[in-house]
Write a protein that binds this ligand. Sequence first.
Ligand SMILES: Nc1ncnc2c1ncn2[C@@H]1O[C@H](COP(=O)(O)OP(=O)(O)OP(=O)(O)O)[C@@H](O)[C@H]1O
Length: 258
Amino acid sequence: MLQVDKLGVTYPGQLQPALHQVSLSLARDELLVALGPSGCGKSTLLGVLAGFIAPSQGRVLFAGQPVTAPGVERAVVFQHDALLPWLNVHDNVAFGLKLQGADALTRERIVADTLRLVGLADVAGKRTWQLSGGMRQRVGIARALASRSQVLLLDEPFGALDAFTREQMQQLLLRVWQQSQRGVFLITHDIEEALFLATELVLMSPGPGRIVQRLRPTFNQRYRAGEDVRAIKSDPEFIALRESLLHSLFRQGHEEAA
Ligand SMILES: Nc1ncnc2c1ncn2[C@@H]1O[C@H](COP(=O)(O)OP(=O)(O)OP(=O)(O)O)[C@@H](O)[C@H]1O
């Protein structure tokens, strides 16, 4: 669905590119995670996929067509939700559908289904400021799902949550991803999160921002096959990969410092 070829981005007035020769692709059944330290270009990459930032080199295609602007088929969820505080949960999720011209009956059906999927059916009438951080992020995900999106672009969506809520949200994301049949592109600097969620993981490095390693972890698959999340994250194979990625990140830090 999404195809990125030799993408480069240099911000005006900067000598060093924020992204250099980045190539990747995202299919409908994939959960692609970009992992990397601060400044490696993760947000820039997501911004280009969303159509907020124009490439300086290379190209981005969605379903074969160049991405030149934001579009409903590519929904973005940010680390700090962009919910509308004067609307309740139901109306926040319905908002995009209204703009897209969906009739009331269709809107109600989609909103009810989506709120059920993310476990928020009971709080549909609440204002968003009455919710916890995890619930607010679930509203953001529900809103992205309710639109006619085919791809979800998630910018550190669980970065501001406590460890327990974060783990619950990771499991929720896997359920949602599996049931909604959409491609997901997620950026994070959390190694465990990346390893647990990704069907494909790209490790990025700064100066210039580029992909330095690609992995296809199988932990997401194991979770969906019924294995317990704690058993997966404490499995020696998981720990070995986590340490190896951590080592790569530290090495990057040393090279940058030198
Ligand atoms: N608007 C901008 N103008 C100039 N330089 C920018 C701009 N936005 C980002 N940069 C630079 O581009 C590089 C990549 O930034 P980016 O925010 O994409 O990285 P990141 O991996 O998302 O970092 P973080 O995890 O801290 O958000 C950094 O060196 C940053 O300083």
